[in-house]
Design a protein around this ligand. Structure first.
Ligand SMILES: *Cc1c(COP(=O)(O)O)cnc(C)c1O
Length: 433
């Protein structure tokens, strides 16, 4: 009498369930029936409770629906917080909602009260200006590369950009900042050496041909040992605009990342312009942030090329929501408490072990990624499963990307939101069948 299997809903009843009935209309009765039978089998085997049969059948049917995009959703269990190959920063729920709103007709360039044209994207620009009160002016372009391009086009056409030999950086995928500057018609004036550059090196290079001084944060490598660099404050005394590419987009200092530069500190030190990415440590959409002296930002904004680099309404919406909303996933992953990660890893490993999977909670080391904070190791916790699971996990739906380590596949929880824990367990269990 008490056998829970007696409570498994019958196939007819499930086919009449409104959502499954709708799916049967859209995708065909046979496909839905197959999913129902599979879910009933799992309930009979005690893998899921009878009350969940309909949900499981529905999930299985949904995962077989053709996606409107060829991009697949991925659970990032690599432990790399800003993973460039996995789309860098995942957007917050608020930013996703904002994108949905802005996707329709929206007042991005219209004053609803007056019924006439308005300046584009004022909400996002105001949010950025409020987040960095030290910036006199702010502007947003397509990405940080576009921000640098616009600086070079505006400040140094046919002129020199003075830059340290230690800061001629390649970001990744062959993108080199010196090449970007020369493609804009600026000439590079390299000063100093790879490991040591002082303010005197810059001073000796400055003359009538100078367009600006550029300081680039070497975000993806570190030079240690016998090194020296000129500070922003020293460079501002040279009488030319100092542009600072901080890379990762921190607006204020971050306690866990003491060596990452931030916009507020750079502006207080006297930078004329700061450029940064929106989808690295800021945790927002792909965008290039430009912050600095009011007059200079206005010149950038009015340059003819600015139109070619401008962002769309979806980016403006997501950026504003990121700046005004709760902590985005990137910040949550950076701040996650390692004790809480361990508790989750132990819970998930116990669940998997109960189903016969050779799983264990293990110590792990996560990274900031995205070409940021190369020396920083974030203590983390992972669920380790056999290496042979890595491929089926990657090709499952949703895809789960872990990290291979000495014959194991580690699923690092620092980059997995807690809400995805159940999904992670399901994905691993699917690999066992
Ligand atoms: C990432 C990075 C860039 C490029 O930024 P995108 O937003 O990807 O164009 C430029 N400079 C530095 C220092 C960076 O770290």
């Amino acid at each position: 009498m008490t056998d829970p299997r007696r409570r498994i809903p019958r196939t007819d009843a499930l086919l009449a369930e409104p959502r499954l009935a709708k799916a049967a209309d859209e995708l065909g009765r046979d496909r839905v029936k197959t999913a129902i039978v599979a879910a009933q089998d799992r309930a009979r085997a005690g893998e899921i409770v009878p009350d969940d049969v309909a949900e499981h059948a529905l999930a299985a049917v949904d995962s077989r629906r053709p996606h409107p995009t060829s991009l697949s959703p991925v659970v990032n269990a690599t432990g790399v917080v800003v993973h460039t190959n996995l789309g860098r920063a995942p957007l917050s729920e608020e930013a996703l909602d904002a994108v949905r709103t802005a996707g329709g007709y929206t007042d991005v360039e219209f004053d609803l009260a007056g019924g006439n044209r308005a300046r584009r994207g004022t909400g996002a620009l105001a949010a950025l200006a409020e987040a960095v009160p030290d910036a006199g002016g702010v502007h947003v372009v397509n990405n940080n590369a576009a921000a640098l391009l616009l600086c070079a086009l505006t400040l140094a056409p046919g002129k020199e950009v003075v830059v340290s030999r230690g800061e001629l950086v390649e970001i990744g995928d062959g993108f080199r900042i010196p090449d970007l500057l020369t493609s804009a018609g600026a000439r590079l004036r390299e000063v100093g050496t790879t490991n040591r550059t002082g303010v005197a090196d810059y001073a000796a290079a400055i003359g009538p041909d100078t367009g600006c001084v550029l300081k680039v944060h070497p975000s993806n490598f570190r030079v240690t040992g016998f090194t020296a660099e000129a500070s922003i404050a020293e460079l501002t005394g040279l009488g030319v605009p100092v542009v600072v590419d901080i890379g990762s987009g921190l607006l204020r200092p971050h306690a866990l990342l003491p060596e990452e530069p931030d916009a507020t500190t750079a502006l207080r030190a006297g930078a004329a312009l700061v450029t940064a990415s929106g989808d690295k440590l800021l945790g927002g959409p792909q965008a290039g942030l430009l912050l600095g002296e009011t007059g200079l930002v206005e010149r950038l904004r009015r340059h003819p090329a600015a139109r070619a680099l401008r962002v769309d309404k979806l980016t403006l919406a997501a950026l504003e929501a990121t700046l005004r909303g709760e902590k985005p996933p990137v910040a949550a992953a950076l701040d996650a408490d390692v004790g809480a990660l361990w508790a989750r890893a132990e819970r998930l490993a116990a669940q998997l072990t109960a189903y016969g999977v050779a799983a264990a909670a293990v110590d792990s080391v996560a990274a900031v990624g995205g070409g940021g904070a190369p020396g920083v190791e974030l203590p983390s916790a992972a669920v380790s499963v056999p290496e042979r699971y890595a491929e089926p996990l990657r090709t499952g739906s949703p895809a789960v990307v872990g990290r291979l380590d000495r014959g194991r596949c580690l699923l690092d929880l620092r980059t997995v939101p807690e809400e995805a824990d159940a999904e992670l367990v399901e994905a691993v269990l699917r690999c066992t069948s």
